[in-house]
Design a protein. Structure first.
Length: 437
């Protein structure tokens, strides 16, 4: 009886071997390579298998263009032309590969679609962007890379700090352009929140929109040194130029700065209803009071701003300001400033969960907080463009975790109320109100 020769494959030093029957030389060599890579881990094994599949795809595409190797074909339109140096993206690295080449009978290069797919820069840039937004320092990218096997890792490129930095700059430029060029005409925006965050000596004024179904969307970003009316008007004018329409009513929620309120009126006129953040107002008043007085004043302000009757709330707030005026004139002046705009949401007839959401700037503050966390590794902002790029990347990163605003089921009620605010002369017509929803 004839004995068939065996091939023994060992996955790692301590594991028993696997006996396989005699196989062609090409298969034997491939199995030997795979067995060696398997010692480095499952991911490295997957990489080795993937590289083999990729080379097979290259060969299949060349064969489709030039015909089988070694067979004469008078009708062929292309011929093999050796191999050229190339590189593909793999695990956040660039790995050199030999790519087969072919030329048409007219002398032109035959494009290799499979190679172009694997070599795409976008894949590498996306990996760099994700890691940087997760807080990984540029010098740690090599250590954070997926295991690809020693042989592949030793040949890899595009992992230096400078290469990672260049790709992140390119990715954040794309993010900034996406944010600043979003078409707002297709969005049914009914709420706009505006706030600013300081980055070194720069101020980034950001805008967050809320649509009729309660979806939150970052829509604007502008850089300045202070949160003044000129900077805010420039931001709002940019939003209008991109399609933001306040003609049927718009609620604008701001943190309480006079400049913001003045800019909103200048750009949107009477179509916009302004709501100042009640949390900021309470903080500002408390800052003018001694520690012993802050508790009871803040408690009283909380009850005043939660009053469902805007007229009664405004009356109580004015009474509190009068009570504080003699002993704490600064606190009284702070409370009186913009007091009418503290009750805009309740004046529109919105109560409950949605009112609690829209009487504070918490949604945009949350977005800014996520953006600030994203930027925590930035120790030095070289210029305003860098501030804008990082802030835009952080805002778009925050958007991925957004949910609809709390109380979104009440949004149709807000839409109708804003329509009545923008068109008071037609608000009594039921068909007009219905068309706004």
């Amino acid at each position: 009886m004839k004995t068939v020769p065996k091939l023994r494959v060992v996955a790692h030093d301590d594991a028993p071997g696997i006996d396989l029957p005699d196989l062609p030389d090409e298969v034997r060599l491939a199995l030997a390579d795979v067995a060696g890579v398997a010692r480095e881990g499952l991911l490295a094994l997957s990489v080795a298998a993937g590289m083999a599949v990729m080379r097979a795809m290259f060969d299949a595409e060349i064969t489709a263009a030039c015909g089988p190797r070694g067979k004469h074909d008078p009708d062929r339109v292309a011929v093999r032309h050796g191999a050229g140096r190339g590189s593909v993206v793999l695990g956040g690295r660039r790995v050199p590969v030999a790519r087969p080449r072919a030329r048409t009978t007219g002398g032109g290069e035959v494009p290799l679609a499979s190679y172009q797919l694997f070599a795409a820069e976008d894949q590498l840039t996306a990996v760099v962007m994700e890691r940087m937004l997760a807080g990984l320092a540029t010098r740690r990218h090599v250590a954070a890379g997926e295991p690809v096997g020693q042989a592949v890792a030793e040949q890899a490129t595009a992992t230096s700090r400078s290469a990672v930095s260049r790709r992140f700059i390119a990715a954040t430029k794309t993010a900034l352009a996406e944010l600043l060029n979003r078409d707002l005409s297709t969005m049914n925006i009914k709420v706009l929140m505006v706030d600013g965050q300081h980055v070194a000596e720069h101020l980034a004024v950001v805008a967050l929109a809320i649509t009729t179904d309660g979806t939150k969307v970052p829509v604007g970003l502008w850089e300045g040194s202070t949160e003044n009316a000129t900077v805010v008007k420039a931001l709002l004018a940019n939003l209008v130029a991109r399609g933001l329409d306040a003609g049927d009513g718009l609620l604008v929620v701001i943190d309480g700065a006079k400049a913001l309120s003045a800019a909103v009126r200048a750009v949107f006129g009477t179509h916009a209803a302004i709501q100042r953040c009640t949390v900021h107002k309470r903080r500002n008043v408390a800052d003018h009071l001694p520690e012993s007085e802050r508790g009871w004043v803040d408690t009283k302000l909380g009850r005043i701003f939660a009053n469902h009757d805007p007229a009664a709330g405004l009356r109580d707030a004015k009474a509190l300001a009068t009570a504080l005026a003699r002993k704490h004139p600064g606190a009284a002046a702070s409370l009186r400033e913009g007091l009418e705009e503290m009750f805009t949401v309740t004046r529109l007839g919105i109560t409950g969960t949605l009112a609690r959401t829209l009487t504070t700037s918490n949604p945009i503050e949350s977005m800014i907080s996520i953006a600030r966390t994203t930027n925590r590794n930035v120790t030095h902002s070289r210029d305003g463009q860098m501030v804008l790029r990082w802030t835009a990347a952080g805002m778009l990163n925050a958007q991925r975790s957004f949910r609809r605003v709390r109380g979104f089921k009440q949004m149709p009620q807000l839409v109708a109320a804003l329509h009545r605010h923008a068109h008071p002369d037609t608000a009594h017509r039921p068909e007009t109100v219905g068309s706004a929803a």
